[in-house]
Write a protein that binds this ligand. Structure first.
Ligand SMILES: Nc1ncnc2c1ncn2[C@@H]1O[C@H](COP(=O)(O)OP(=O)(O)OP(=O)(O)O)[C@@H](O)[C@H]1O
Ligand SMILES: [Mg+2]
Length: 241
C-alpha cells in the first residue's frame, strides 16, 4: 500500500466536515458554489478551507480574485495561504496557472501528494471544488477521504438533470453521503430538479446577473443573490455536523 494513504488520514483528522462540490456536467456552477460557500462560511466565522482539485481548469482563484501562484510556504508540510479568511490550496499553486494535462495514475498521484503534504490543521469545513463528471478525481477522493460528503449541483435543464441523476445514483449505490442537491441558475418558469431528486433536493440558487461584475471582488460577491442563498445552506451544513 502507498504509505501516503495513512498520512492523508492524519492530515485530515482535525477537519469537521469535508464537502466535495460536484455534478455530472461542466459549466453548471460548481466552482461558483464552492467558492461562495467557502466565502460565506468564512464570513460567518467558521474555520474553512478550500481545495481546488479541478485539473481540467482550476478557476476558484479567478472567482475569489487571487492572482498569486507561488508554491505555498512549508513547515512540516505545506501551509495553505489564507485569502478572505479561507485557507486555500489550488492545483494552480503547483502549475503556475498553466494547463496541466494529466491522465490516470498521474492524477491519482497528484491528489495523493497534495492531500499528504497539506497541513490544514483545525477546520470546521473543507470545501473541495471538483472537475466536471464522475472521473479519476471523484474515484480518488472517495477512496482517500473517509468522511467525504457530496454537495451536488444541477441546473433546471432536462439535459443537466438527466446527466446529474446518473452521478447521484452512482454515489448512492456506493453509499457515499450526499448532503443535498442544489439547483443553480434557476429562472421562474422551469424546474425539473425538484421532482427528480425529491428529498435530496435542498434548494435553488437564482441566475444572478450581478455575479459576472462581482467576480474577483469579495465584498461584491458576498452581496450577490448566490451568496445570500448559500447562507441558508450553511445552516443545513451546520445542522448536519
Ligand atoms: N447563479 C449564477 N448566476 C449567474 N451566473 C452563474 C451562476 N452560476 C454560475 N454562473 C456562471 O456560469 C458559468 C459556469 O460557472 P462555473 O465555472 O462556476 O461552473 P463549473 O460547473 O465549475 O464549470 P466547470 O465544469 O467548467 O468547472 C460561469 O460563467 C459563471 O459565471
Ligand atoms: Mg469549475
Amino acid at each position: 500500500m502507498d504509505p501516503r494513504i495513512n498520512v492523508v488520514e492524519k492530515r485530515l483528522e482535525k477537519i469537521g466536515k469535508v464537502i466535495a462540490v460536484a455534478g455530472g456536467k461542466g459549466g453548471i456552477g460548481k466552482s461558483t458554489i464552492a467558492s461562495l460557500l467557502a466565502l460565506v462560511l468564512a464570513d460567518s466565522n467558521r474555520k474553512v478551507g478550500l481545495l481546488d482539485l479541478d485539473f481540467t481548469g482550476a478557476s476558484t482563484h479567478t472567482i475569489l480574485g487571487i492572482d498569486e501562484f507561488h508554491f505555498p510556504d512549508e513547515d512540516e508540510g505545506i501551509i495553505p495561504p489564507k485569502y478572505h479568511g479561507i485557507s486555500y490550496i489550488t492545483i494552480a499553486n503547483f502549475t503556475q496557472d498553466h494547463a496541466a494535462p494529466m491522465r490516470g495514475l498521474d492524477i491519482t498521484n497528484a491528489i495523493l501528494e497534495i492531500l499528504a503534504i497539506t497541513r490544514w490543521d483545525e477546520l470546521d469545513y473543507l470545501i473541495i471544488d471538483m472537475p466536471p463528471g464522475i472521473n479519476d478525481t471523484t474515484l480518488d477522493i472517495i477512496r482517500l477521504i473517509k468522511n467525504i460528503e457530496f454537495c451536488i449541483v444541477t441546473t433546471p435543464s432536462k439535459i443537466t438533470t438527466g446527466v446529474v441523476k446518473k452521478s447521484v445514483d452512482l454515489l448512492q449505490e456506493l453509499n457515499i453521503p450526499i448532503l443535498g442537491i442544489l439547483e443553480n441558475m434557476t429562472f421562474p418558469t422551469v424546474s425539473h430538479a425538484k421532482q427528480i431528486f425529491k428529498d435530496k433536493y435542498i434548494g435553488m440558487i437564482p441566475f444572478d446577473e450581478s455575479y459576472e461584475h462581482a467576480i474577483g471582488n469579495k465584498d461584491k460577491l458576498l452581496k450577490t443573490a448566490i451568496a445570500k442563498t448559500l447562507r441558508n445552506f450553511t445552516i443545513i451544513c451546520d445542522k448536519m455536523c
